[in-house]
Design a protein around this ligand. Structure first.
Ligand code: CTP
Length: 429
């Protein structure tokens, strides 16, 4: 998602910084615009460092990146409008939104970049008020917020707690950054799906992510470079659509999305066990984990030394079970299984088609890990979705969070269909 963040003056501006950081970490491309007053609280340099993009604070200031978001290529011509950023955004979050800015938005006043962008926005606009409790409770502020909500803007409720003014307690605190980001993702994916479509409320989505480690001795293992980023992006996107999400994480250092149920595993055997226990209650499985195909036949007790009687000349390997194939064999009608194939170099699509058929999947997502600009530890990915019905959907390079939304758009609708329904229709048809 391309997220534009408008920051107003207020002590809570520091939370906008943390929200921008979380959004970048979740794979979103973020740009920030600030009111002049907001710069008294957090300077441009902080937002620029976190987003990796210039920060604008005036309608009369040229954007060095010509309205582009991080990861996008620069347009060939400079846009005429200072509103190019909001035109390119998928969502516009105003946080903290001061009482003054809220009043201006309600009156349609566009006297700075933050308010002008709001007036020109075609994407979802999310307003997160933060102010003194008495200012928030004032009928003028309340009437303004009602006006914004009636016009279709998403107005977030502030939280109750200690306020900036010494000793004051009340309603007016900006929600925590993770909650802000979740609200933005929900508003943006709701807009993408259109009213009523694509929701996963009442569904259980199981995501495996990361890479298994097969012990050689008590300190060494055979592992792989999977970070778990793609799986976590899918988990976050499914949660934002209302699903109950379980993540089985194999050696993942990144934070799972708030609210997801998490099981942590190390080896392929532990992953297989966790999947066997969780899969029967799941409607949709995203098997993004990189599972070792072989493990050392026996893990040495203690630490092997390079000299001495237990120095290994060779490590004997034994195959692990194919977890996905086993789950597929045990599926009941209505369950949807999506595999992931990280292929290296030419012929990847053909190899993935063979896996799709052998493992009896509904779809398989293929990407080329020979490329350095996508895949493993990157925030970006580019993939082809192959379906049981023989369709190949090219999903061009985009942030992993956006790819997750696209994948859910394509396979979410298959849940509950009789086994093999995707064969004639093709996932996402
Ligand atoms: N997979 C699995 N269990 C394994 C190996 C793979 O569940 N032991 C799953 C992966 O999580 C992925 C899909 O199968 O969703 C495809 O994984 P991949 O490693 O590409 O396929 P393999 O069958 O292992 O084929 P190969 O390693 O020969 O390419």
């Amino acid at each position: 998602m391309r997220l534009l963040v408008g920051v107003c003056g207020g002590i809570a501006a520091y939370k906008a910084l943390e929200t921008a950081r979380l959004a970048v970490r979740a794979g979103h491309a973020v740009r920030v615009i600030q009111t002049r007053n907001s710069m008294r609280f957090v300077g441009r340099a902080s937002f620029a460092a976190i987003t990796g993009a210039p920060v604008l604070s005036s309608e009369f200031e040229a954007d060095p990146t010509l309205g582009a978001f991080p990861g996008d290529s620069l347009p060939a011509y400079a846009p005429i409008s200072h509103l190019a950023l909001v035109q390119n955004a998928d969502a516009y979050l105003i946080a903290p939104a001061s009482a003054e800015t809220i009043a201006k938005l309600a009156a349609g006043i566009a006297d700075n970049l933050v308010t002008s962008a709001a007036l020109a926005a075609a994407c979802p606009v999310i307003v997160a008020p933060a102010m003194n409790g008495r200012m928030y409770a004032n009928p003028a502020t309340q009437a303004n917020l009602r006006t914004l909500a009636q016009r279709g803007l998403t107005v977030l409720a502030p939280e109750e707690g200690a306020l900036a003014s010494h000793g004051e307690h009340g309603l007016g605190r900006l929600p925590e950054p993770a909650a802000l980001l979740a609200a933005v993702q929900a508003a943006a994916s709701g807009a993408r799906r259109g009213p009523g479509g694509g929701g996963l409320a009442g569904r259980h989505v199981l995501v495996t992510a990361g890479g298994t480690r097969e012990p050689i001795d008590s300190v060494r293992y055979i592992g792989n470079r999977s970070s778990g980023r793609m799986g976590l992006a899918l988990a976050a996107a499914a949660a934002a659509r209302g699903a109950t999400v379980t993540c089985i994480l194999a050696n993942v250092a990144l934070e799972p999305p708030p609210g997801a149920l998490v099981r942590r595993v190390e080896t392929a055997a532990e992953l297989a066990l966790a999947c066997r226990e969780t899969f029967p209650a799941s409607d949709l499985l995203f098997m993004t984990a990189a599972v070792a195909d072989f493990r050392p036949l026996s893990a040495a007790a203690g630490k092997l030394t390079k000299t001495g009687p237990n120095a290994p000349a060779l490590i004997e390997l034994a195959p692990t079970e194919d977890v996905l194939e086993q789950l597929s064999a045990a599926r009941v009608p209505g369950q949807v299984l999506v595999g992931f194939a990280a292929e290296h170099g030419p012929g990847g699509l053909e190899r993935a088609r063979v896996k799709l058929a052998r493992k009896q999947l509904d779809a398989i997502v293929v990407n080329d890990v020979a490329r350095a600009d996508i895949g493993f530890d990157s925030e970006y990915n580019e993939a082809t979705l192959l379906t049981r019905g023989g369709r190949a959907v090219d999903l061009p390079r985009m942030p992993k969070a956006e790819l997750a939304e696209a994948l859910l758009d394509h396979v979410g609708g298959l849940i509950g269909q009789p086994l093999g329904a995707g064969a004639s229709a093709g996932a996402g048809d």
